[in-house]
Ligand binder design. Structure first.
Ligand SMILES: *Cc1c(COP(=O)(O)O)cnc(C)c1O
Length: 480
C-alpha cells in the first residue's frame, strides 16, 4: 500500500470515520454505554485483532479502534459520567487536534512556528491577566497536564530559592529543602518532589480543618519549626479546588505567609481555576499574589487531553530554569524580541497545545465559557437539592459541582458504600467515584459534562435509590 494512501482513499476514510464519530458525538446517550465490566483477556485479544506482519484495510482498522474505545472503556463524554474531571471536549477543540495533526507545527523554536508560538504567548498573557497578574510580569508555558505544570512549579521555585543548583545540584544545599501542601493536595506534588530529586519526604503535609482547607496556623507553625531545625522551606502549594472534595484553600492568608517567610507561592488550580470567570470568583481571592498557577484546560475548560497551562508572575524564571545552550537549534534573529518555547519548558519538540483552547475561546469567547461554567454550577446545585430531597446527606462544603454524599441507611458501613459505587459502575448507567470526607467514605459525583441535563440527574438519583435499596436490603437479609 502507498504510504500516503491516495487522495480518493483518504477522503473516503475521512468521511466514513467522521460520520461514525459524529453519530456518537451527536447522540452519546443512545450510542454509548457509559461504563461496564471489562474482561482483561477479551480486551487483550481485541487489541491483537490485526497482524503487523501484513497490511490491513485502513478503514477496517480505524473502525475497529473506534469500537474498541467505545466498548472496552469508560465513556467519559457520556452525560451520565459523573467521574473525575474528564470532560466532553467542545467541537472547536476537537478540530484543533485535527488541524494540529495534519500540519504538525513544531513549536520548539519561534522561527519554525512563529504564528503558533505567538498565539500561545497571547493566551498565556490573557489567562495571566484573568488571574490578576501584572501584564508585564506574566510568563508561562503550555504543558501536557497538571502533573507537568506542578513539576514545573517545583523546578522554578527551586531555581528561585537555590539558584546554584542549576550548576551544582542538590548536594550543594546546606539544609533539606521543604515544600508545604495540605493533606488534601493532589499526589502529583509528591511525584514532582521525587522527580526533582527532593524525595517525597520533602513534602510536609499540613493538616486540614473540618471543611478540608489547609490549616494556616499549622502551616505557620511547621514552617517556623522546620526553619529552626535548619531545614530550608522554599515553597507552599495551595490547592484551589481539591481533587476529592472541590474545596479552596485560603489563598489570601497563605499569600501573606509566603511573603513573610519568602516562600514560592504556587496555586494548584487545575480544575478550580475556571471559577475565575464565574460568580464564584471570590474563592480565588489572593491568587493574583501567587508566584505560579497550574490550570488544566482538559478539565473544566472542556478540551481534549493533554492540555494544561503553567503560569507565573516571574517573567524571568522559566528561562532561568530551563535554558540550555545548543549548537544545533535554529537561532532567532533578535533574541530580545522573540523566544524559543523549548528554553522555557520540560518539553523540547512541542505540539501546538494552545490551539485546543484558542479555537473554543475565539469561537465562544470568555462569555461563552462563563455561561457554560454557570450552567454546570447550576446542575451541581440541582443535584444537591435532589439528593437532599431524597434524604441523602452531603458531606463536602463546595460550591463547585462536586458532591460527596451518603445516606443514613449506609453511612456506617464503608464496605457497603464502596460496593454501591462498584455495582453502579458496572450497571451500564453511570460512573461515579468514592472519596473519604473526614474518614467517612462517601459517594462522589461531579458534573463535568456541559451536556449533562436535569433529566440525566433525575435518572441518576433514581438509580442511586434503586441500588441503595437493593444492596442495603441484601445485607440486612444476610444478617437475619
Ligand atoms: C487533576 C489534578 C492534577 C493532575 O493533573 P493531570 O492533568 O491529571 O496531570 C493536579 N492537581 C489537581 C488539583 C488536580 O485536580
Amino acid at each position: 500500500m502507498d504510504f500516503d494512501l491516495t487522495e480518493a482513499k483518504r477522503l473516503d476514510i475521512l468521511t466514513a470515520v467522521t460520520n461514525q464519530l459524529e453519530t456518537v458525538y451527536n447522540n452519546p446517550r443512545k450510542e454509548l454505554v457509559v461504563s461496564r465490566a471489562f474482561d482483561r483477556e477479551a480486551v487483550k485479544a481485541n487489541a491483537k485483532t490485526f497482524s503487523f506482519e501484513e497490511s490491513n484495510d485502513p478503514k477496517e482498522v480505524m473502525f475497529h479502534v473506534i469500537e474498541g474505545i467505545k466498548k472496552q472503556g469508560v465513556q467519559v463524554t457520556h452525560p451520565s459520567y459523573f467521574g473525575l474531571f474528564n470532560p466532553r471536549p467542545s467541537f472547536p477543540s476537537v478540530m484543533a487536534d485535527v488541524i494540529n495533526s495534519y500540519l504538525n507545527p513544531q513549536l520548539a523554536a519561534w522561527s519554525h512556528a512563529s504564528f503558533a508560538v505567538e498565539i500561545e504567548q497571547l493566551l498565556i498573557k490573557e489567562f495571566g491577566k484573568k488571574f490578576g497578574y501584572q501584564e508585564n510580569n506574566i510568563d508561562g508555558v503550555f504543558c501536557v497536564g497538571g502533573t507537568e505544570s506542578n513539576l514545573t512549579s517545583v523546578l522554578t521555585a527551586m531555581q528561585k530559592h537555590f539558584p546554584n543548583i542549576a550548576e551544582e545540584g542538590l548536594s550543594s544545599l546546606k539544609g533539606k529543602p521543604i515544600i508545604y501542601a495540605s493533606t488534601e493536595s493532589h499526589h502529583s506534588m509528591q511525584r514532582a518532589a521525587r522527580t526533582a530529586g527532593l524525595g517525597i519526604n520533602a513534602i510536609k503535609e499540613i493538616p486540614v480543618d473540618k471543611n478540608l482547607t489547609m490549616n494556616v496556623d499549622a502551616l505557620r507553625l511547621q514552617i517556623t519549626e522546620d526553619a529552626a531545625k535548619g531545614f530550608q522551606p522554599f515553597m507552599v502549594v495551595a490547592t484551589a479546588g481539591t481533587t476529592g472534595a472541590g474545596v479552596f484553600d485560603d489563598l489570601d492568608k497563605i499569600a501573606e505567609l509566603c511573603k513573610a517567610y519568602k516562600l514560592w507561592f504556587h496555586v494548584d488550580a487545575a480544575y478550580g481555576g475556571g471559577a475565575i470567570i464565574t460568580d464564584l470568583k471570590h474563592l480565588l481571592n489572593g491568587i493574583e499574589k501567587s508566584d505560579s498557577i497550574t490550570l488544566d484546560l482538559h478539565k473544566w475548560f472542556s478540551v481534549p487531553m493533554a492540555t494544561s497551562i503553567f503560569l507565573t508572575s516571574n517573567s524571568q524564571i522559566l528561562s532561568q530554569t530551563f535554558d540550555v545552550k545548543t549548537n544545533y537549534m535554529p537561532e532567532d534573529g533578535n533574541p530580545s524580541q522573540v523566544f524559543d518555547p523549548y528554553v522555557k519548558s520540560l518539553q523540547w519538540s512541542r505540539r501546538f497545545i494552545g490551539l485546543k483552547i484558542y479555537l473554543p475561546l475565539a469561537v465562544f469567547g470568555w462569555e461563552g465559557y462563563s455561561k457554560m461554567f454557570a450552567q454546570q454550577i447550576e446542575m451541581g446545585n440541582k443535584l444537591r437539592t435532589m439528593l437532599k430531597d431524597n434524604d441523602w446527606i452531603i458531606l463536602n462544603q463546595s460550591e463547585l459541582p462536586i458532591i460527596c454524599f451518603t445516606h443514613p441507611d449506609i453511612e456506617n458501613d464503608q464496605a457497603l458504600v464502596q460496593k454501591l459505587v462498584d455495582e453502579m459502575n458496572v450497571s451500564e448507567k453511570t460512573w461515579i467515584s468514592s472519596y473519604p470526607i473526614n474518614d467517612q467514605l462517601t459517594l462522589r459525583a461531579q458534573i463535568i459534562n456541559y451536556a449533562t441535563k436535569e433529566e440525566d440527574l433525575e435518572k441518576f438519583v433514581r438509580l442511586l435509590i434503586e441500588y441503595k435499596q437493593k444492596y442495603s436490603n441484601s445485607i440486612s437479609d444476610g444478617n437475619e
